[in-house]
Design a protein around this ligand. Structure first.
Ligand SMILES: CCCCCCCCCCCCCC(=O)SCCNC(=O)CCNC(=O)[C@H](O)C(C)(C)COP(=O)(O)OP(=O)(O)OC[C@H]1O[C@@H](n2cnc3c(N)ncnc32)[C@H](O)[C@@H]1OP(=O)(O)O
Length: 436
């Protein structure tokens, strides 16, 4: 049996979890229920989003629906100061996924190991994150929002439970936790009803960006005010997250050389994989119980049909995450020959929207291993067969844990060595918060 311990929670985070677990009915951080807000059924999240944006339910009407949105330009604020400030509780939402009380919805979420398909949870988190942002930016006077709110980044998703049960109710709670000029950080918690108590199962942090009605330019969002010291702390954490993201982007291995320690790691790998019988820098041998990174690759192709569209007639970010996750899971499974459990997802940047009709190529590799843990990277790009041009749309990072010991992965080329170091950075950052 694998053991995982809850570890290193920030003060603000501990506060939220304490509040969320304090009663069997799942008492809220905010008292919105008293003000007439009830939990939303998960099925209604998408229909609410459609209503807010005025999206078509039939693909044949999508051009007309988008044209109607153009008229909403007049509702955009000229400056952020023109928009009324919001509190954290204003965007607080609870959503119920009643896997226990409504068995008919289980099948969509079920996997062969009799647990919940994590890819489906990723989809729900993404839709909910967007709904939370629309609630924050709600304009009392208008039904339709002029904003197109898109997912820019999945900063981190961490799991506290190894199993998500397919027959127990799930509750998601979340709110906007930090706001910039046009971007919003959203924190979502997922809890599962076990023996009458909602237990923390997963925490997620997303960054969403508001754009104009045609999704062409950034648009201002309402400022956020913190009401209590706890909320101030949550807001400060959002500020720190932004700085951390900027710093790690500056230190990206695509821009700067590895650190001295990292260079040593790579050189040691190089020395350990040289054939000592030859006096050559070219002949490489794989140490026992290890695998070359190039031999871990799996690929898949998706044709992006209208069915997978989001409310802005582009491909739904949750769908992209589910597909990438499932390929990443299969990569970890075939590498380790035993069932992988997802531990963390981090730093999924949505660099470019994916158009309907695109050919989406996903390629996955094991890029770092430590004990029985595997770090998998999935690269996604769209390919235009007419021009033969490729565009990267996302890079996904998944941390898995396996029940059995696994072989070590070894990079062979310089490029693979950078993937190895990048994988190690993501793994180490996940491990700061989660002990496996
Ligand atoms: C219709 C029926 C179907 C129904 C189905 C319903 C399903 C439900 C669907 C629900 C919908 C589900 C949702 C979906 O499916 S959304 C689909 C998935 N997401 C995308 O396609 C987005 C693709 N990416 C882009 O379009 C651009 O890269 C964006 C727009 C994101 C940024 O563009 P650009 O780089 O040019 O932006 P900027 O320089 O002007 O900066 C603007 C602001 O953005 C901040 N920023 C930028 N990047 C990041 C980052 N990585 N981390 C943190 N922050 C970031 C930046 O700091 C600044 O903030 P601020 O300083 O202003 O505060």
């Amino acid at each position: 049996m694998l053991s995982r311990r809850w570890f290193s929670l920030s003060k603000a985070h501990t506060f939220l979890i304490r509040m969320l677990t304090s009663s069997s009915s799942g008492s809220q951080v905010f008292q919105n229920m008293e003000e007439g807000h009830f939990p939303i059924h998960v099925h209604n999240v998408r229909s609410r989003l459609r209503e807010i944006v005025g999206a078509s339910t039939n693909w044949r009407d999508h051009v007309q629906a988008m044209n109607e949105r153009k008229a909403l330009h007049t509702l955009l604020a000229k400056t952020q100061a023109d928009l009324p400030p919001r509190k954290m509780k204003d965007s607080y939402i609870e959503v119920i996924l009643p896997l226990g009380s409504q068995p008919e919805i289980r099948e969509k979420y079920l996997n062969l190991q009799n647990t919940v398909r994590f890819g489906r949870i990723l989809e729900d988190l993404d839709s909910l994150g967007v709904l939370i942002c629309y609630t924050h930016t709600k304009h009392e006077a208008t039904l339709r929002s002029p904003l197109s709110i898109v997912t820019a980044l999945v900063d981190k998703i961490g799991l506290w439970k190894q199993h998500i049960h397919p027959d127990c109710d799930i509750k998601f709670t979340g709110n906007v936790s930090w706001v910039g000029n046009t971007s919003m950080e959203v924190k979502i918690h997922m809890l599962q009803l076990l023996d009458g108590i909602y237990c923390p199962t997963l925490d997620a942090t997303f960054v969403m960006v508001a754009r104009d009605p045609e999704n062409k330019r950034p648009a201002f969002v309402n400022p956020l005010v913190a009401e209590t010291p706890e909320e101030e702390e949550i807001f400060k954490e959002g500020e720190k997250n932004k700085i951390r993201r900027l710093e790690s982007s500056k230190a990206s291995l695509l821009k700067v050389a590895p650190t001295a320690d990292e260079r040593n790691i790579i050189h040691n790998i190089f020395l350990n994989t040289l054939d000592s019988r030859t006096m050559s820098f070219r002949s490489r041998v794989l140490p026992p119980n290890s695998v070359w990174m190039e031999d871990t690759a799996l690929k898949s192709l998706e044709i992006c049909h209208p069915q997978e569209r989001n409310i802005f007639n582009r491909i739904f970010g949750g769908f992209l995450m589910r597909k990438a996750y499932e390929l990443g899971w299969a990569t970890a499974y075939s590498y380790g020959n035993s069932r992988p459990y997802v531990v963390a997802v981090d730093d999924i940047m949505f660099q470019k929207p994916v158009d309907i009709g695109s050919l989406l190529l996903l390629s996955s590799k094991v890029c770092y291993t430590e004990k029985n843990n595997i770090q998998v990277r999935v690269h996604s790009e769209v390919y235009d067969p007419n021009t033969r041009v490729h565009h990267t749309t996302n890079v996904f990072h998944f941390t898995f844990m396996l029940e059995k010991e696994i072989p070590d992965v070894f990079p062979k080329t310089y490029g693979e060595s950078m993937l190895y170091l990048d994988g190690k950075r993501h793994f180490d950052s996940s491990m700061k918060e989660y002990i496996i």
